[in-house]
Design a protein around this ligand. Sequence first.
Ligand SMILES: Nc1ncnc2c1ncn2[C@@H]1O[C@H](COP(=O)(O)OP(=O)(O)OP(=O)(O)O)[C@@H](O)[C@H]1O
Ligand SMILES: [Mg+2]
Length: 565
Amino acid sequence: MITMKYIFEEISKHKRVLIVANIVAILSTLLTIPVPLLIPMLIDEIILGKGGNITHTIDQYITIGSPEYYILVVLLVTLFLKAISLILNLLHIRLFTKISKEVTYVIRKKLLNHLQTVSMSEYDMLGSGAVSAKVITDVDTVDKFVASSVGEIVVELLTLVSIATVILYLNWQIALVILLLNPLVMSFYLHVFRKVAKIKKKENKSIEIFQNSLTESLELYNQIRVQNREEYFLNDIDSKAKEIRDRGYQFGFRSEMALEFSRMLIMYSHDIFRAMGILMVLLGLLTIGKMLAIFAYAWIIMRPVDKLMNFMHLYFNAKTSIERLNEIFLLHLEPKYQEKVDPFKDRETASIRIENLSFSYNAKIDILKNINLEIKAGEKVAIIGQTGSGKSTLAHILIGLYPVTSGNIYYNNYEIREIGYKKIRENVGFVLQSPLMFNNTIRFNLTLGKEYDDKNIYEILKIAQLYEFVKGLENQLDTIVGKNGTKLSGGQKQRLSIARVLLDNPKIIIFDESTSSLDNKTEDKLLEALDDYIKDKTTITIAHRRTSIEKADRVIDLDIINNIV
Ligand SMILES: Nc1ncnc2c1ncn2[C@@H]1O[C@H](COP(=O)(O)OP(=O)(O)OP(=O)(O)O)[C@@H](O)[C@H]1O
Ligand SMILES: [Mg+2]
């Protein structure tokens, strides 16, 4: 789970950089504080001839005494202070940006790590668009808050306090008004923004719905075209885009309205300071130079007030985004079993035993009930059964993609919970019923980023009856297959996904309708070539076609061993 506390803990992990950055920021702020005072004070000291600290200080170093000289020196000092402050400012921005980007990276990584371990059944419910909206939009909202909180809050508070102190020194009556008015404006803002943040949450939700719809439509665009349904889907996406427009308008308008209203309040207070300044001069309580200095401070005090208001705005937005991000952390995780035994170690293959296995997707309808099955090590078993009878489900369960509702599965007499899913998936290859391809090269689709040399890959492609095909391509293994393999035929995709599994040389292989798109001749050749490769391995072949299961030692009819009434 992500909380504000977690975020601040992450920020404080960069203690050293944080301290340096804050010292730099404080120095930069302190340097700029006296700047507005210098030139106006000259009015008192030179024009009104009152003498004072500035001319006196300059006289201590060199005495020339001409007013032009004082003006030049003060101007140069002002410019110098501003330049130094700018350099320090740039340094602090650099340090703070580094910390804030690091913190948002950690949040993104935490989200991705969590997604990695989310159970398969949760994935079935998830929309990829919804997840990406959260990982992108909401993390971005949090990022803005983090950047503002680490980078600005200390400096702006300090600026506010320093300016208030200087004004207090110049005239306590005006300082009192400033000190009273600013918190008033801010508390107003706090109240308004809490409400506006709720609209922000709705806006982000509509972005999520839009993104989900858009991603899915793009993924299935082929199907949409075939059915002539572009207009329907486009309208649907359009209505979701309109929702974003409307909510975005509401949020944008209201937040800007709140901001502008608060700014106006600050401007008012600015006018009040100025009017008070003139009044004080009239009453002889303030010099003209000091009055001008107060005008300048009243102007620059607006920046920290504005930033602090913005900070509150970002804080509330971040809070709602954190809530949305935590929806991901609420997804159930795949159970993680400790690897206690390795039944595959130093063995060619393993036996499989299924005991009283029952399974349901939704706790209502049993898909598999009380299944008992024993497959000897090295045995070649075929599983047949009506469509929808649960063959693919059983295969998924065998490698732990869905946890069993009740019953046990053993590899070489060790229960899967003792072996751990990771070890099982390392040793049990599963060729999925629907081949899935990345829009990447053939090589990547085979290796999924693992290191294999080309010789090894071509050996496997020979078994999968793809050798000639790939060799004949201009870019061979580096040919891009297109989105979900659109540049390949159904049979080529099937053979690629067989090759993908064979390449890992698993000790047990489950083929789920893996050759259903192949013509009989190619299928024969493939099964023939496969014969030697799987000689010592336990294999389960799920198939409807008689030709696919002819070579099996035993044919099991799931409809018979499944005790569904
Ligand atoms: N992820 C899922 N969530 C909920 N129900 C599912 C899920 N996957 C499959 N089912 C249901 O489980 C039942 C068995 O599906 P399964 O895919 O295992 O059948 P199958 O025997 O492989 O069928 P086929 O021969 O058509 O491939 C079906 O009734 C299906 O509707
Ligand atoms: Mg199936």
